[in-house]
Design a protein around this ligand. Structure first.
Ligand code: PEP
Ligand code: MN
Length: 334
């Protein structure tokens, strides 16, 4: 971190600032230029509040040289992290295909879809039990019963299961859930992130609707700083002025994240575009961009789905897409 001091800074105020920083184990170096004085900070500045420094009388401006995230940072962990979900691996060349309905609706529905996507090569079954809906009158999910049905589908097919947590009190219900999803709306629910950091289950962290890449990494840092390093990042589209798609799938975040973090990055094209016909091309584009996996909404009867039918593809389309994804992965590996 570098602090540019105001012209002719008050020496007493400069001393006070240095003393305060020393209290945080940060050493300082003063560089006197022709017209300005710069203070370089050496040490772990991740706990330094940049806004507080900026507000000081003696300070002209402040700039971070290093990213404020440490554990998620590729600089301090050069090799790709590989997250193990039982015998399924994600990251570091291991591609994960996650598929299933937006919401668990019934035993027949979830087990039927689970069998279909397993036969097409998915390793992990998705299905919302606790649903964050915009309207309180929309289907809210089967809650605990939904998780029980996912566990049944897991036993029946051998697929791993992922489902969303909305509140930490729900955690005891997630014992047999393999990956806990933190949805876009909870990406900055810091208390939830901290609590999830205390368990060792893999966490799929979705990017918020209006959050930057750095904010996503800072949220991952919340989980990791509590001790849980098993974080998978997920791009699911962000809000822009565009209305032709539900969101704008920011695929450029995939190479950016791959350079900035060692954590696996997966893409959710279904919420990204919101329209079933566009899921196939954007899935392939995500693979080409370097994603470590995909999470795709698949429904046997999209027209009558209780949630997100418009963006759900049918099992036969998923089967064809899955084969294409495998072909593309092989081509990219050459
Ligand atoms: C979902 O995966 O069904 C979901 C609600 O996703 P998001 O949090 O990305 O909107
Ligand atoms: Mn959905």
């Amino acid at each position: 971190m570098v602090i540019v001091l105001k012209e002719n800074p008050n020496p007493e105020q400069v001393k006070n600032l240095e003393r305060w920083l020393a209290g945080m184990n940060i050493t300082t170096r003063i560089i006197e230029g022709m017209s300005s004085t710069v203070m370089g900070l050496i040490g772990d500045t991740s706990r330094v509040e940049i806004e507080l420094i900026r507000s000081l009388d003696v300070v002209e401006s402040v700039q971070r040289i290093q990213e404020p995230y440490k554990r998620a940072n590729r600089k301090f962990h050069k090799s790709d992290s590989v997250i193990s979900v039982g015998d399924v691996k994600i990251g570091g060349g291991h591609f994960a295909l996650i598929a299933g309905p937006c919401s668990v609706e019934s035993r027949e529905q979830i087990i039927g879809i689970a069998k279909d996507v397993a036969a097409s090569g998915a390793q992990i079954l998705r299905g919302g039990a606790f649903k964050p809906r915009t309207s309180p009158y929309a289907f809210q999910g089967l809650r605990g019963k939904g998780i029980e049905l996912l566990v049944e589908a897991k036993k029946e097919t051998g697929l791993k299961i992922i489902t969303e947590i909305m509140e930490i009190s729900q955690l005891p219900l997630f014992e047999e859930v393999d990956i806990i999803q933190v949805g876009a709306r909870n990406m900055q629910n810091f208390e939830l992130l901290k609590e999830l950091g205390k368990c060792q289950k893999p966490i799929l962290l979705k990017r918020g609707l209006s959050n930057t890449i750095q904010e996503l990494l800072m949220s991952a840092e919340y989980i990791m700083s509590e001790g849980n390093e098993n974080v998978i990042l997920c791009e699911r589209g962000i809000r822009t002025f565009e209305t032709a798609t539900r969101n704008t799938l920011d695929l450029s975040c995939v190479p950016v994240l791959n350079s900035q973090t060692h954590l696996p990055v997966i893409v959710d094209p279904s919420h990204g575009v919101g329209i079933a016909d566009y899921v196939r091309p954007m899935s392939l584009a995500a693979v080409a961009a370097g994603a470590d996996g995909l999470i795709i909404e698949v429904h046997n009867d999209p027209e009558n789905a209780l949630c997100d039918g418009l963006q759900s593809i049918k099992p036969d389309i998923f089967a064809e897409l899955s084969a294409k994804i495998n072909e593309l992965i092989l081509i990219l590996r050459k």
